[in-house]
Design a protein around this ligand. Structure first.
Ligand code: HEC
Length: 145
């Protein structure tokens, strides 16, 4: 059971593209990449607890959950200017399908808010929704690296 959860979480983290890839110089692109890095870092905190790599810590879990929800609420504002940079991995489809992109950002916010971060089981149960919303948006709107 424990191994199963760990494998699942590792898989989710991989599909989410958690590896920090590009480093843009355009300030708008840089800011949105940094927002994603914040989201990824906090997802990593939850993922390591869920997988048993780190012990469960309710305060840290709550902090990470709140940080993801707050950052998810900033996705639309940070991505709205259609800035570009040689190092961006954002697809132009974002701005052609803006409402759908915002819907996917809202889905991440809802998944984070819906997670019960007070117990390990709650975090484990919530990881699927969070990881799934990263993957859902990246599949449509991020150039795979
Ligand atoms: C609403 C869409 C959306 C959601 C939801 C989303 N991402 Fe992203 N993410 C993007 C886009 C678009 C980029 C490419 C940004 C760029 O390079 O300009 C990106 C880039 C990234 C990057 C690379 C940042 C860099 O420094 O280049 C990481 C890491 C990342 N996302 C992690 C995550 C994780 C983890 C989640 C879920 C917890 C998530 N993202 C949810 C759209 C999304």
């Amino acid at each position: 059971m424990k191994l199963g959860t760990r494998t699942l979480v590792a898989g989710l983290m991989m599909v989410a593209g958690v590896a920090i890839a590009a480093e843009a110089t355009d300030p708008t692109v840089k800011a949105r990449q940094e927002l994603m890095d914040t989201i990824a870092m906090n997802t990593g905190v939850l993922g390591k607890m869920a997988g048993g790599e780190n012990p469960f810590d309710a305060a840290a879990a709550e902090g990470a959950k709140a940080a993801i929800a707050t950052a998810a609420a900033e996705i639309a504002a940070k991505f709205e200017p259609q800035a570009t940079d040689p190092k961006t991995t954002a697809k132009e489809d974002i701005w052609a399908n803006w409402d759908d992109f915002v819907k996917k950002a809202d889905a991440l916010k809802a998944a984070a808010e819906g997670m019960d971060a007070t117990t390990l089981e709650g975090v484990q149960a919530g990881m699927g929704g969070i990881g799934g919303s990263c993957k859902d948006c990246h599949t449509s709107y991020r150039i795979p690296s």
